[in-house]
Design a protein around this ligand. Structure first.
Ligand code: PLP
Length: 395
């Protein structure tokens, strides 16, 4: 575990981006619930529009509450700048649309989040941006799938929901050789457990709906990366498509981030205990959790991540039928998609998050019909284990 890199992240999550409001001394970030900003003179307005003077113009172009969140996320991910969006998918689409044009090719990890897969299909069908999905666990298969027009290598690691990992340093090395950008969806880990830019990635995306907010009460997205790229996206695919974050939602995320460190520590502790419990349960055929020493990429997990997180997937010996019976008998764990909340959430990828992916593609991604995904929350571990144990007796 790379403990050294973890030092200071909780402090950053609490303090970065905001200094007490000098007018009022407000400790909590004020919610600037305003659509527009008044200029002190026509000349001042003109200077702001010309980019000659810093300052707010209109909340689709920037808002002081949202700025605090953007700076916090950039500091946590060790990036130069950040942008906040109305959803994780607004972030994914604004970034991809800014990086590619007709004729380009995107190489993505097999097993991408279902709506990201949907977006790649839309880009291909409507805008002739082609894509391929590839098993990024070994170098040869990545190199084999590259095309002269590959502009973006798009990575999820761990991959949802199989938990397979991608070696970020390897991908960054290959991308540099061909001049492609590496975009990493870091939703599953949060910057507390994994910072892809430290491993050579260019842009990091989050569905901030998940661990960043942490409480299941907001839909949001964030992207961080080099300032020049973020500045240009702010003025193009963010401004003109308009998937911006509301100030109140930014406030909820700033509030959520203040407890990121303690929440993630507890997600990791609980995740490990649930993984061990399932691993030794007679009705469970397989558990996919990077923290189990028999996980095929355990060494990579230790090298690349500062903790193993709260996400895991498992298969029951009785297949899909057993999975359905088990899921119908949980009480504490909630049958719901999404992840990274303080509440434990359980879902069935083949019929839920990945139902838009054709069955044969799902099979290639390793998403069997019997796979169940669990986002382990921060409840008392004894209660989570008791709930799972009871539900498994129905499997
Ligand atoms: N990326 C991953 C890995 C996700 O799991 C999700 C949503 O579940 C998204 C992106 C999309 O995020 P949002 O639902 O905030 O648009």
């Amino acid at each position: 575990m790379n403990k050294e890199k973890q030092r200071g992240l909780s402090t950053t999550a609490i303090h970065a981006g905001y200094h007490c409001d000098p007018l009022t001394g407000a400790l909590a970030t004020p919610i600037y619930q305003t659509s527009t900003f008044v200029f002190s003179s026509t000349e001042e307005g003109a200077r702001r529009f010309a980019g000659e003077e810093a300052g707010y113009i209109y909340s689709r172009l920037g808002n002081p509450t949202v700025t605090v969140l953007e700076e916090k996320m950039a500091a946590l991910e060790k990036a130069e700048a950040g942008l906040a969006f109305a959803s994780g998918m607004a972030a994914v689409s604004a970034i991809l649309l800014a990086l590619v044009k007709t004729g380009d090719h995107i190489l993505g990890t097999k097993g991408l989040y279902g709506c990201t897969y949907g977006l790649l299909n839309l880009l291909q069908d409507r805008f002739q941006v082609s894509y391929s999905l590839c098993d990024m666990t070994d170098e040869a298969s990545i190199r084999q799938m590259l095309q002269p027009t590959t502009r973006v290598i798009y990575v999820e690691t761990p991959i949802n929901p199989t938990m397979e990992l991608v070696d970020l340093q390897l991908v960054a090395k290959i991308a540099r050789e061909i001049g492609a950008a590496v975009v990493v969806d870091n939703t599953f880990m949060s910057p507390y457990l994994q910072r892809p830019i430290e491993h050579g990635a260019d842009i990091v995306i989050h569905s901030a709906t998940k661990f960043i907010g942490g409480h299941g009460d907001v839909i949001a997205g964030v992207a961080v990366g080099p300032k020049a790229i973020m500045d240009s996206i702010r003025l193009t695919t963010q401004k003109d498509i308009g998937g911006i974050l509301a100030p109140f939602d930014a406030y909820l995320l700033i509030r959520g981030l203040k407890t990121l460190g303690v929440r993630m520590d507890r997600h990791c502790e609980n995740g490990m205990q649930v993984a061990r419990f399932l691993h030794s349960h007679p009705k469970v055929a397989a558990v996919y959790y990077p923290g189990l020493p028999d996980f095929p990429q355990y060494d990579l997990a230790c090298r690349q991540m500062d903790g193993f997180g709260g996400l895991l997937a498992f298969e029951l010996k009785g297949g899909m039928e057993a999975g359905i019976r088990m899921m119908n008998n949980v009480h504490l764990c909630k049958r719901a998609v999404s992840l990274g909340d303080v509440d434990s959430l359980i879902q069935h990828p083949a019929s839920m998050t990945h139902s838009v992916v054709p069955a044969e593609e799902r099979a290639k991604m390793g998403i069997t019909d019997g796979l169940v995904r669990l986002s382990v929350g921060i409840e008392d571990i004894a209660d989570i284990l008791e709930d799972l144990d009871t539900a498994l007796s129905f499997a």
